[in-house]
Write a protein that binds this ligand. Structure first.
Ligand SMILES: Cc1ncc(COP(=O)(O)O)c(C=O)c1O
Length: 458
């Protein structure tokens, strides 16, 4: 598909790439060898580079543009708010703030009715962790190894994935205790569901019994970047019971799993779990403007009625970020995207299972709604992964990244992380686009299959 619109006059792609490469940091990688694609524009599930070449966005950029690119209602809301009132200090009330707060009451899990607005998922979690620690007066936080919760001190400290390691002890805060993942394909106890009796949840009961001084447990209800890991049905309800029993707050990090991605407003809705704090960002505006949300119960808010609330940002409750979220919620409803995500998600998983059958390098496919992972293995029987988290940090070539690169050559963008691919197209993706992306994935997996046979990549 070629870009229907004319090129921007004067925009020289090579010059754009040169200036950006020579003046910017790029996130989460070695800086050398960065050669970014120039993204010129985007619409719906497609983006175009500076040469007019189209790419199907099979991961919604960073699992964020749930409404697709350029949603007119959201864009118009940004423009209208910019003209009317672009900024007001957070101590003021604004109409956008009232409208979004009312709208949130209609979509969030029951009991979450006090809001703190920031501008990223990281900030949403940083606020949640601070609130949990201040309210309980306790310091420890339970998290899980396969998790990402953000880039700043407290949020990276409760992050289990390799991004924590380079700053461990340099810019982390003490107090993280890791609980077992609910990851059946690689069960930390070597058990099999359901005869395991969900040992990963029961172990948390023992941990909380012994640890003491635990303020909260933070979970991605469906783990995102670290594998699109869907818990067994008993897991989260049991974690809710256990945390409640020990008087420990439950923080649901729905930065990636929220906003229809898994076929409900929020992943916890699948299991009717009511966390004490829910954090989100990304899909709240379809990523068209940066917004983070920390939602708490009124019981938590009450704790600050006569106590100093020790948190805030200049851009807290920034009107320009709030008005588009109201429009976004309207669009999720108008386009019936929760139901579409459920329906297309079943189709996606069924097609992925067929693909798995053709490729020895595919160890497992899993997912919920329009959120799926293809986990690659060198050896299906032993489940040996092609690459490790150390390989990722060391910048070694990763088989999953080579598969993603082969897809990119065919015009499909798909995020790869250590040993899996994350499939998360915009929720508005058409069946034809879904089929096209899957056909390209099917072909690209030959790259990984070849490594199964030769074992050439260490
Ligand atoms: C589950 C989860 N929490 C927190 C974050 C951090 O969000 P942000 O990158 O907006 O700071 C992310 C980002 O991918 C995420 O996936």
């Amino acid at each position: 598909m070629t870009d229907p619109r004319p090129a921007t006059p004067g925009a020289d792609g090579d010059e754009v790439r040169r200036v950006v490469r020579e003046t910017n940091y790029v996130t989460w990688r070695r800086q050398g060898g960065w050669n970014p694609l120039v993204v010129a524009r985007a619409k719906d599930s497609t983006f175009w580079d500076d040469r007019g070449r189209a790419y199907l966005d099979f991961s919604s950029q960073l699992m964020a543009t749930n409404l697709g690119h350029g949603n007119a209602a959201v864009v118009d809301a940004i423009a209208a708010q910019a003209h009317r009132l672009a900024y007001a200090a957070p101590s003021f009330a604004t109409e956008a703030r009232a409208q979004l707060s009312s709208a949130l009451l209609g979509v969030l899990p029951k009991g979450l009715n006090r809001f703190f607005f920031s501008t990223s998922g990281t900030e949403a979690n940083e606020a949640a962790l601070k609130i949990a620690r201040v309210v309980t007066g306790r310091t420890k936080v339970l998290s899980r190894p396969r998790s990402y919760h953000g880039a700043t001190a407290a949020s990276i400290s409760v992050t289990g994935d390799p991004r924590r390691r380079p700053v461990e002890g340099l810019q982390t805060v003490p107090g993280t205790v890791f609980a077992p993942d609910c990851y059946c394909y690689r069960c930390p106890f070597g058990l099999t569901y359901p005869s395991c009796n969900v040992a990963c949840a029961e172990y948390v009961d023992q941990q909380l019994e012994r640890e003491g001084n635990v303020a909260a447990m933070i979970v991605e209800p469906v783990v995102g970047t670290n594998g699109v890991i869907v818990p067994v049905p008993e897991y989260l309800p049991r974690i809710r019971e256990i945390t409640r029993k020990h008087g420990v707050l439950l923080i649901a990090d729905e930065v990636m799993s929220g906003w229809g991605r898994v076929g409900e407003w929020f992943a916890v809705d699948h299991w009717k779990v009511e966390p004490d704090i829910l954090t989100t960002a990304k899909g709240i505006t379809g990523a068209l403007i940066p917004l983070g949300l920390t939602a708490t119960t009124s019981a938590i808010h009450d704790e600050f009625r006569d106590r100093y609330f020790p948190h805030g940002h200049t851009y807290e409750a920034h009107p320009l970020t709030l008005a588009p979220a109201v429009a976004a919620i309207g669009e999720y409803r108008r386009l019936d995207l929760l139901e579409k995500s459920r329906r297309d998600g079943e189709y996606l998983l069924q097609r992925l299972r067929e693909i798995q059958g053709r490729h020895p390098s595919v160890g497992e496919v899993r997912g919920l709604g329009l959120f799926a992972a293809v986990e690659l293995v060198r050896d299906r029987s032993s489940r040996l992964a092609f690459n490790t988290e150390e390989d990722k940090l060391a910048g070694r070539p990763l088989v999953a990244e080579q598969v993603a690169a082969a897809m990119m050559k065919e015009g499909v963008f798909c995020v790869a992380w250590v040993s899996h691919l994350v499939i998360a197209p915009p929720l508005i993706v058409t069946r034809e686009e879904l089929d096209h992306g899957l056909e390209v994935l099917d072909r690209a997996l030959a790259v990984a299959d070849a490594e199964v046979r030769t074992g050439a990549v260490a």
